[in-house]
Design a protein around this ligand. Structure first.
Ligand code: AMP
Ligand code: MG
Length: 338
């Protein structure tokens, strides 16, 4: 990994990070229409592809190392582009190494447990990238804006008081710290959409028949609570951006920029983990060599004992001359790589 590229990514995402302890007022501190001036839309697709390739490469190592997991938390208002971001950003990674969970209105079984229960059950394993499409942060967002959600949780009276949100911020910070210590790297992305862009996207969902399924009148009705949500998001960002799990606010009015930013932030987290393929131990090396001898011994009459090794050897020109034949396809590929 070129360190320059890593540094460029880290610098590009720095302005989107919420400094831990900083008091955020969303409308004042973050512009949903922001695009960095060093990147143009026409280069966006190519850069995103680079980001996607990078994620794929790192995800393979993360899985092989099997020590760290990555949790990507995605929060946003409706139509901010959560689904599209997941689709585009994760397009290159091996599906076996990724899990995605969407959280809806809690079921009665879920309401019978503590409020973090359903999220804890869905956390990624070591070696895995897990994406939460909405998350435990709904517990200080929609639940706060619509207190009847809290009623349904049937909490003991003493934790239901005025400091219930303060408690929840503390619970969440503590829980995230514990998870981080356990090897889970938590990447928190808030897609910040403007009210006007949301209006336009809702109209699009109504005007395009293929998009109708995504729209419900209830979503539009939530716009009446716009200011309450802005306040709840501002407070969430102020109270839960920590050194161990900082928030990133992604300007979401330009989809291409939002996707690029999300890819860069996730890539940065993986670069910081710096996962490696496990080293082959001497015992393992001996085992491989012994098995190799066995397999070579089992070659049928007339077959090369190890065609792959023969091709590899042929890939070096001297060896190729010696063998008096053109290198095979696999060997040519290997030679190109090396
Ligand atoms: P969608 O993501 O559009 O499928 O909608 C999911 C719905 O579930 C949204 O309206 C959320 O507000 C709602 N939701 C998600 N988590 C919770 C929660 N913990 N409590 C109440 N409602 C929730
Ligand atoms: Mg919805």
């Amino acid at each position: 990994m070129a360190d320059r590229r890593a540094q460029r990514i880290a610098e590009a995402i720095a302005p989107l990070r919420v400094t831990p302890g900083k008091r955020v007022v969303l409308a004042k501190d973050f512009d949903p229409g922001y695009k960095a001036d060093f990147v143009k839309k026409k280069n966006g697709a190519e850069l995103l592809q680079q980001g996607v390739d990078l994620l794929s490469e790192y995800q393979a190592k993360l899985a092989a190392q099997d020590t760290y997991g990555v949790l990507v938390v995605l929060q946003a208002l409706d139509a901010a582009g959560k689904d599209g971001t997941i689709r585009h950003v994760m397009s290159g990674v091996n599906p076996q190494g990724v899990s995605v969970h969407s959280f809806k209105v809690p079921s009665s079984e879920e309401l019978d447990h503590d409020y973090l229960w359903r999220y804890a059950k869905s956390l990624p394993r070591r070696g895995e990238i897990g994406i939460f499409n909405r998350s435990y942060y709904e517990e200080v967002l929609v639940v706060r804006v619509h207190p009847e959600n809290l009623e349904r949780q049937r909490l003991p009276r003493k934790v239901r008081g005025r400091d219930v949100w303060k408690r929840r911020y503390r619970d969440i910070n503590d829980w995230e710290r514990y998870l981080t210590d356990q090897g889970l790297v938590i990447v928190k992305l808030f897609l910040n959409l403007s009210q006007e862009e949301q209006r336009i996207r809702f109209l699009r969902r109504i005007d395009l028949p293929d998009h109708n399924w995504k729209f419900s009148a209830a979503d539009a009705h939530e716009r009446t609570y716009w200011n309450d949500y802005q306040k709840a998001f501002s407070e969430m960002l102020s109270q839960t951006s920590t050194e161990w799990a900082p928030w990133y606010v992604i300007p979401a009015d330009h989809k291409w920029f939002a996707r690029l930013a999300a890819a860069a932030i996730i890539a940065n987290a993986l670069i910081e983990i710096d996962p490696r393929f496990p080293k082959v131990t001497p015992a393992k090396r001996d085992e491989l060599e012994a098995t190799k001898v066995e397999l070579e011994g089992a070659a049928p009459k007339g077959a090369a004992p190890d065609p792959f090794a023969a091709e590899s050897a042929a890939a070096t020109p001297e060896a190729g001359e010696k063998a008096g034949k053109k290198p095979g396809k696999r060997a040519r590929k290997a030679a190109q790589k090396g």
